[in-house]
Design a protein around this ligand. Sequence first.
Ligand SMILES: N[C@@H](CCC(=O)N[C@@H](CS)C(=O)NCC(=O)O)C(=O)O
Length: 215
Amino acid sequence: MTQERPVLYSFRRCPYAMRARLALAASGQSVSLREVVLRDKPSEMIDVSPKATVPVLVLRDSSVLEESLDVMNWALAEADPEGWLDADRALIDELVGQNDGPFKHHLDRYKYANRYDGAVAEEHRADASKILLELDARLSESEWLCGSRASFADYAILPFVRQFANTDRDWFDAQDWPHLRTWLDGFLASERFKAVMKKYPQWRAGDAEPIFPEA
Ligand SMILES: N[C@@H](CCC(=O)N[C@@H](CS)C(=O)NCC(=O)O)C(=O)O
């Protein structure tokens, strides 16, 4: 059976789900949103994606995208009115790879040091900060990471920098990375951010499914 629109399993605060929602919103693809609570995942999601991470996008033909970058690429291949993919793809991939690899590694061990044996939060914060200083240097040259326009890389990375900043916002604000702060604060103040951070109740089978993004 063909569904009316794709179904997105999402969790509001998850940075991976956030980047997927950002791309869906930018591309204007509307989906039926199923808000997931991670400790109480719906069996409908696990049935289609046994690895059980969010986001998951189930397309109209029932094919399943279970990686956030795949959801972004799918949405932007459908429509990319803001030119997120116009930037140099090799640069996008390099920046996103650094984010999803080493930066995420250090972010997790900074934010949740007690979950990792022997992890010292300050050491991981320092290692993550080296990466953020590189981003700050880049943002001192241009308003966005890949030039004068926002790209895939900015929106794939911003949710993770937000999470890093929120771990200790006073410490973050005391660091010498003015361009990074302007970039993050611009994102946090944007209508796009507000639109993708709207709160939805946990979805259970049979519940109404809000259309995302809202008109
Ligand atoms: N590589 C995946 C990672 C997604 C991921 O790890 N999401 C987290 C939430 S932020 C999750 O669902 N974790 C499963 C859990 O906590 O049970 C992607 O890019 O979509």
